[in-house]
Design a protein. Sequence first.
Length: 82
Amino acid sequence: MINTYRNIEDIQLRKEELRTSIDQRSEIIANLWSDLTTVKRSGDKGEMVAGVISKSIMAFDAVMVVSKLYRRYGKFFKKKRR
């Protein structure tokens, strides 16, 4: 889209339009980010136990991946002896 600007008022008007569009989008992004990062507390004990089990499995999986990578590529991190 090519805009033709005839005077400084046209440029200022377009600048304000873009600024309001950016402000609206940043507000939407902030709300989505807030929804993603806030911890949702539940009163149900079953959900709490399921969350603990899920986090434990993820931590165990991360440890296993790191140990496998270290065994395979650990030679790159060791100091060379002279």
